[in-house]
Design a protein around this ligand. Structure first.
Ligand SMILES: NC(=O)c1ccc[n+]([C@@H]2O[C@H](COP(=O)([O-])OP(=O)(O)OC[C@H]3O[C@@H](n4cnc5c(N)ncnc54)[C@H](OP(=O)(O)O)[C@@H]3O)[C@@H](O)[C@H]2O)c1
Length: 206
């Protein structure tokens, strides 16, 4: 499939590189334009373009920008698309966000409220990108990690499950997008290598 990625930092380029290795076509973008991504095609196998190019290119789009930039995601152009939200809330980077500090919402629900016509799936947020590169294992390997996903769109979750499978990871569907709170930063499941039973226990404990 074709994957457009908004954000070409640690997350964007790691997911992009691994997805290309798995046989997908990927376009990376950032806020400063493709000239600032000049060496990435060689390093990752991804194409580069503007944000608008990447959104138009992608059958699905990965949002890999800091949470502080989520309002810059082009909602009109993303309408109808599956958007994979990789965000986490780091106040020292993103500034204090009262709704999150007071647990009135979750990061992915904020993104989904902005992208009201998109099909947002929360994924990739609870794994360190270095681990995403090194921890992938074949199907059936006893050490295969299980990564949590959440979302309100079944087809979107199926697409992300397939992609993670190709990258060497099982998934556990934690339920609706709001259930993403169970694997946000600071929860027992956050960025910890877990198998299925341990992940289910960690999500339940959150
Ligand atoms: N690092 C990890 O291991 C990891 C793992 C899971 C989840 N996450 C989460 O994933 C998100 C991205 O993290 P990261 O580590 O990849 O951050 P990063 O290395 O700082 O990269 C951020 C990227 O977003 C781009 N960007 C910023 N504002 C933008 C805008 N308005 N429009 C388009 N692109 C924009 C930046 O490009 P410009 O410089 O051109 O603005 C940069 O390419 C964060 O919420 C992070 O917490 C990180």
């Amino acid at each position: 499939m074709k994957i457009g990625i908004i954000g070409a930092g640690v997350v964007g380029r790691t997911i992009g590189k691994l997805a290309v290795r798995a046989g997908h076509e990927v376009m990376l973008s950032n806020s400063r334009g493709p000239k600032t991504l000049y060496s990435l095609p060689h390093a990752t196998g991804c194409r580069v373009g503007t944000v608008e190019d990447a959104v138009a290119f992608g059958d699905i789009v990965v949002a890999a920008v800091p949470l502080s930039a989520y309002r810059a995601l082009p909602a009109a152009q993303l309408a109808g698309k599956v958007v994979v939200d990789t965000n986490n809330y780091y106040p020292e980077r993103d500034g204090q966000i009262a709704e999150l500090d007071e647990h009135r919402t979750t990061t992915s629900e904020m993104v989904a409220a902005h992208l009201a016509a998109s099909r947002v799936v929360k994924a990739f947020n609870a794994v360190i990108m270095n681990d995403l590169e090194t921890d992938g294992r074949p199907v059936g390997d006893a050490a295969r990690r299980v990564l949590p996903i959440a979302g309100d769109d079944a087809e979107g979750k199926a697409i992300v499950t397939q992609l993670l499978d190709e990258l060497g990871f099982d998934t556990f569907d934690a339920g609706a997008l709001a259930e993403g709170r169970r694997f946000e930063r600071g929860t027992p499941a956050y960025c910890v290598p877990l198998g299925r039973e341990a992940l289910i226990r960690a999500l339940a404990a959150a």
